[in-house]
Design a protein around this ligand. Structure first.
Ligand code: ADP
Length: 341
């Protein structure tokens, strides 16, 4: 197999502190020791894809500091091609400052650093003017400047690559985003992003999406598969031929040219859902890039996401291909599930 999965996106260092309670403005709260680990949606999805068996190339920017050197080492340790990852002199590496309250409630302050400088000219330099080749899959997110993501999608598609967009974090609606949606073949969004994209009509994300059992009445009025399937269909009208909406613990729905697929979540003991979305996107992109049917691709993607939820951390939690195979082999056969209205 000569095809590559090319991730064009952000590289951040995550610095995380657990505190008894989140500080109010102006207040100082003492917390536990800092946990430092590689992150950023681009880096996470690149590492996820490598562990899931893809030949991965990363395109991105680092600052000239110790965080950047460690992020590069983390990519290389996973066997990722880092030749299109450059260091920007005089610039800091992207940094996420994460404060986590004991019950999981958290705040994240992001300093994009070098990621902010990944403009179109830099993209051309990093890729020698060739973003992708025919048969490649290009996986994009929105933690680097939108015009760059648009150019990458347009050029990758023109070259005959499959373009996959994880539309996160969602920017303000505008003409560039609408244009981008017309340039991608596959869109992956969670329910908050799905509700925030143009054309959303009255679909509110459920309050506690990761703990469906937490509701004493067991009711999930907003989580009706039919609504999300309809929403996925409407998102397809914006451009992407295939749309997946991920629904946390209850799986995902997908819409493609061949029809719909609803995948119930894999029942796992979830401890931390950070990294679940990234594992899910990477696995979905790999499966579609290999030409697998939509139902199989969504199922594998949900298995990868579920496994990531069973471990703490971002990149530490990302599962291997063998782990996904094992979960799929051990799981009970699935049938299409439609919850009663
Ligand atoms: P994001 O992190 O982008 O919001 P989700 O939370 O929807 O993404 O997670 C992506 C996928 O990971 C889901 O579609 C689901 O298949 C899987 N997943 C996430 N959380 C859980 C969980 N608690 N239990 C089982 N699977 C999960």
């Amino acid at each position: 197999m000569n095809e590559r999965l090319i991730v064009i996106g952000s590289l951040n260092m995550d610095l995380s502190v657990t505190v008894p309670r989140l500080p109010r403005p102006g207040e100082t709260v003492s917390g536990a020791d800092v946990v430092r680990g590689p992150g950023g949606k681009g880096g996470n999805q690149a590492v996820a894809a490598a562990r899931l068996g893809a030949r991965v190339r990363m395109v991105g920017l680092l600052g000239d500091d110790a965080h950047g050197a460690d992020l590069r080492a983390a990519l290389v340790a996973e066997g990722i091609d880092d030749r299109a990852v450059n260091v920007l002199p005089g610039t800091a590496t992207g940094l996420a400052l994460i404060v986590v309250q004991h019950d999981g409630e958290n705040t994240v302050t992001l300093s994009p650093g070098a990621n902010r400088h990944l403009d179109e000219a830099t993209l051309r330099t990093l890729t020698d003017g060739i973003v992708a080749d025919r048969g490649d899959t290009v996986l994009l997110q929105l933690e680097v400047p939108l015009p760059t993501v648009l150019t990458a999608a347009r050029e990758a598609r023109a070259a005959g690559a499959l373009t996959v967009l994880n539309a996160a974090p969602l920017p303000e609606p505008g003409p560039l985003m609408a244009e981008l949606l017309r340039e991608v073949d596959v869109l992956v969004v969670n329910e908050t992003e799905a509700a925030g994209l143009p054309g959303a009509s009255g679909i509110a994300p459920p309050a506690d999406r990761d703990h469906p059992g937490a509701d004493p009445a067991g009711a999930e009025p907003a989580r009706q598969d039919e609504d999300w399937t309809a929403r996925a269909d409407r998102l397809r009208l914006l451009g992407p031929a295939t749309v997946v909406v991920t629904l946390g613990a209850v799986g995902a729905v997908a819409a493609g040219s061949g029809g719909h697929h609803t995948e119930p979540g894999f029942p796992v003991d979830a401890v931390d859902t950070v990294g679940a979305g990234d594992a899910c996107c990477a696995q979905f992109a790999i499966a579609l890039g290999l030409g697998r049917p939509l139902a199989e691709a969504v199922r594998r993607a949900c298995a990868a996401g579920a496994l990531a939820a069973t471990r703490h951390g971002a990149q530490d939690a990302l599962p291997s291909r063998a782990a996904v195979d094992a979960l799929l082999a051990g799981a009970a056969p699935r049938t299409e599930v439609h919850r009663a209205r």
